[in-house]
Design a protein around this ligand. Structure first.
Ligand SMILES: [Zn+2]
Length: 278
């Protein structure tokens, strides 16, 4: 396997790519980190050039950083997981290549979405495999490196304060997600993605969820605290620990579900009698 320019990618990523590339085409695979002048949305691509399989990953800082969902976790974890997802998706195409190699023949047995879905499914399984051996999902400790990493820290001043604090707390204690993220994810895990509530009740439910996450962490022995200068401590999690918390909460969900029911009931206004006094 050949690597080109991979110093532009976060440290740790090329090793994962090397480990997960399909064995039979390993010697014919080239991995290229490829800066582009004008990014056009895709974060990676893969193709066969007649002799080699080429996996290209675009280390575009702007796309990588500003395309992030603010709730994904610390800045460095969000960047890491975004590059990891891209790399695994492209490797997924290699692993399921009989499908797309077929597509180059005269008849097209598979539509485009089928090829993408096969790659995505493979990537999801690979992600689960990585998580089962490494609760940090392969992210090396410390600052995120590579071109996007350098840019991210350069641009840190333009980020909201809470994102900056989150990043530095995460670096201090090895945390990847904050308790706030875990609590709001826990609510969606337990109540399904469609739960709805007005802001006041929602804030109360989030406080209850936070308490429950603390309880789960105590029960599971998770004590990943970042301490601030004034001595306050902030509970954080790596991805594996967050997953363990979700599992614990599913098994002990009654408090949160009851709170949700109660708050929903309170939300319903009493109905005024419509014709006169009785
Ligand atoms: Zn694809």
């Amino acid at each position: 396997m050949e690597f080109h320019n991979v110093k532009l990618l976060p440290r740790g990523l090329p090793e994962i790519i090397a480990q997960l590339a399909p064995y039979d085409i390993y010697p014919d695979t080239k991995v290229i980190a490829c800066p582009r002048k004008e990014p056009h949305g895709d974060r990676g691509e893969v193709y066969y050039d007649g002799a080699n399989y080429r996996v290209k990953i675009f280390p575009d800082a702007y796309l990588a950083i500003f395309g992030l969902h603010p709730l994904d976790g610390t800045l460095s974890f969000a960047l890491w997981s975004s590059f990891l997802k891209t790399a695994l998706h492209e490797l997924g195409h290699l692993a399921t290549r009989p499908i797309w190699l077929d597509m180059r023949s005269d008849y097209l047995p598979y539509p485009h979405w089928y090829v993408e879905e096969a790659a995505e499914r493979w990537a999801g399984q690979a992600m689960a495999r990585i998580l089962s051996v490494d609760p940090r999902l392969g992210q090396p400790p410390g600052f995120i490196t590579g071109y996007a990493g350098i840019k991210a820290y350069e641009w840190l001043n333009s980020w909201p304060d809470f994102k900056k604090l989150e990043e530095f707390r995460g670096l201090r204690c090895g945390g990847q997600v904050t308790i706030g993220v875990v609590a709001s994810q826990a609510i969606s895990h337990l109540l399904g993605p469609t739960w709805e509530m007005e802001d006041k009740s929602r804030a109360r439910l989030e406080r209850i969820a936070r308490d429950q996450v603390h309880r789960a962490a105590n029960n599971l022995g998770i004590q990943r605290y970042a301490f601030s200068a004034n001595g306050r401590r902030y509970l954080m999690f790596n991805v594996g620990e967050a997953e363990a918390v979700y599992k614990w909460l599913v098994a002990n969900k009654s408090v949160l579900v009851d709170a949700y029911r109660m708050l929903t009931l309170q939300q319903q206004q009493p109905v005024e009698p419509s014709n006169g006094n009785w």
